[in-house]
Write a protein that binds this ligand. Structure first.
Ligand code: HEM
Length: 466
């Protein structure tokens, strides 16, 4: 009662502010923050939840007090589908997380490793371009990009495709879509722990079980294949984790379930975010024909009629890089980042923040903050030319990958994939909406979930340049 808490919107008995989260929580929370300020304390069911909506407050949480806010809350669905929350993204801050991060960076995400998988990226780009060229008049770009990004990441991690046939591939993408939707929901069992038993009887609990069954089936098959093949010569990332189990000098040994949680998490984290970025980039460029003209002129000028843009070509594509940044500003794939949790009572400025307070950073609202961005709702890649604003965690007005200990370790991996795929799509084809539709007619609505996809698939006509 004597604490000085941040401002809170009025709440209802029992549910608190739950009803104010709306269909797209990042948008509803921004509207609330315009009334109640950049640091708000909501009560969602039983859980105090701090909502951060300005660059200054984000810096306080993710830089000044990062050591206190480095935990993730326990979330029932992650517990179920990630074998006790043993994936890196949602694991508790501590020794397990440190060891998982160490092995992931060393064997998968270092700059050297990211460069070493260039042949896989090139190969998958070639297949994508061929698939588009040979498809009927309408191209479902959303579906193709989702396939290509998951193929790149699964070949990088597993040494092969995750799903060996079309049926399994469809099951994986279904589980990925449903999983992201379910994780993004504010679910009864997480916010009313005493009512957790109700969750067991809901339809969404059946969906969670269905998602888990698919993920567990696919990941168990991967482990069985790796054990049977044992590639000692040229081990992939899963081989590395399995070999640790037999290494008497290993600092840490991951169990079979932990290995499954770690690699499936990486495939999901990399696929969804990367393809969403390219999908929004293509949508914004169709919506803004002048930006499309400029970026195609740059890409084609540098590619000089080569049938494929190579990774090193993208280093000179400054407008393309500005397009990618502008897309990440307007459409950060994880608009509320991933939730964090305070590990002790603390203060932000003069406000008291209790231990075990959930923290939501509204990166979507921060990227559109009118004090930091001129005409913040407008797609304008030029704003990133001739300045050093970057997504690497120093500019708190632009934080699509998060900041601090729990920031995304996959930036280099993601950007290499996004720039290569996008530049090749723009080099190889001209893009149009079907029928008489014009750019401004394109539906730009978002779908709900942990990651923000487009509400409707992006279906376009591709006209090859050669
Ligand atoms: C455009 C692409 C991507 C975006 C926008 C993105 C964004 C994010 C965000 C916002 C977080 C949480 C940060 C925080 O809590 O402060 C995160 C965490 C994470 N990302 Fe990414 N990500 C992308 C691609 C990737 C890729 C390609 C990989 C791996 C191959 C990856 C692996 C991870 C992992 C393992 C975490 C958990 C980090 C931790 O909790 O310590 N991400 N990412």
């Amino acid at each position: 009662k004597n604490s000085n808490h941040p401002p809170s919107p009025p709440k209802l008995p029992i549910i608190g502010n739950l009803h104010q989260l709306g269909y797209l929580p990042h948008q509803s929370l921004r509207s609330l923050s315009l009334k109640h300020g950049p640091l708000m304390l909501l009560q969602i069911g039983r859980i105090p939840t701090l909502v951060v909506s300005s660059p200054e407050m984000a810096e306080q949480v993710m830089k000044m007090k990062d050591h206190i806010f480095a935990n993730r809350p326990k979330i029932k669905i992650m517990d179920k589908i990630c074998y006790g929350q043993k994936n890196m993204s949602f694991s508790q801050y501590g020794e397990y997380w440190r060891q998982a991060k160490k092995v992931i960076i060393l064997h998968l995400l270092s700059n050297k490793k990211v460069q070493s998988i260039q042949p896989i990226r090139d190969d998958e780009v070639t297949l994508l371009l061929r698939r588009i060229s040979t498809s009927s008049s309408l191209v479902n770009l959303s579906e193709m990009l989702s396939d290509t990004t998951s193929n790149i990441v699964s070949r990088a991690i597993l040494g092969k495709y995750l799903a060996s046939d079309k049926k399994r591939n469809n099951e994986f993408h279904y589980a990925l879509n449903k999983g992201m939707e379910l994780i993004g929901e504010f679910r009864v069992e997480d916010f009313f722990p005493s009512l957790a038993w109700i969750g067991k009887f809901t339809k969404s609990n059946d969906l969670v079980n269905e998602v888990f069954k698919i993920i567990d089936g696919l990941s168990s098959a991967v482990i069985d294949d790796h054990v049977a093949l044992d590639k000692a010569e040229k081990p992939d990332f899963v081989d590395v984790l399995l070999h640790l189990q037999e290494d008497p000098n290993a600092d840490f040994i991951f169990t079979r379930d932990e290995i499954k949680a770690i690699f499936m998490d990486l495939i999901a984290a990399a696929t969804d975010t990367s393809y969403i970025t390219i999908e929004w980039a293509m949508a914004e460029l169709i919506h803004n024909p002048e930006a499309m003209r400029k970026v195609q002129e740059e890409v084609r000028g540098i590619a000089e009629k080569k049938s494929m843009v190579e990774q090193h070509d993208t280093n000179k594509m400054y407008y393309l890089k500005a397009v990618v940044k502008e897309v990440l500003r307007l459409h950060p794939p994880a608009p509320l980042l991933l939730p964090r949790e305070s590990m002790e009572d603390t203060k932000i400025l003069d406000y008291d923040i209790p231990k075990k307070c959930r923290v939501i950073i509204n990166a979507w609202a921060i990227g559109r903050h009118p004090d930091y961005w001129e005409m913040p709702e407008k797609f304008q890649p030029e704003r990133f030319l001739n300045n050093s604003i970057d997504y690497k965690g120093h500019d708190f007005q632009f934080i699509p990958f998060g900041v601090g200990r729990r920031a995304c370790p996959g930036i280099a991996f993601a950007i290499a994939t996004i720039e290569l795929l996008l530049s090749n799509l723009l080099n190889h084809f001209d893009w149009k909406l079907p029928g008489e539709l014009r750019g401004e007619d394109l539906n730009m609505d978002e779908a709900p979930g942990l990651t923000t996809r487009r509400k409707t698939s992006l279906v376009l006509i591709a006209e090859p340049q050669w």
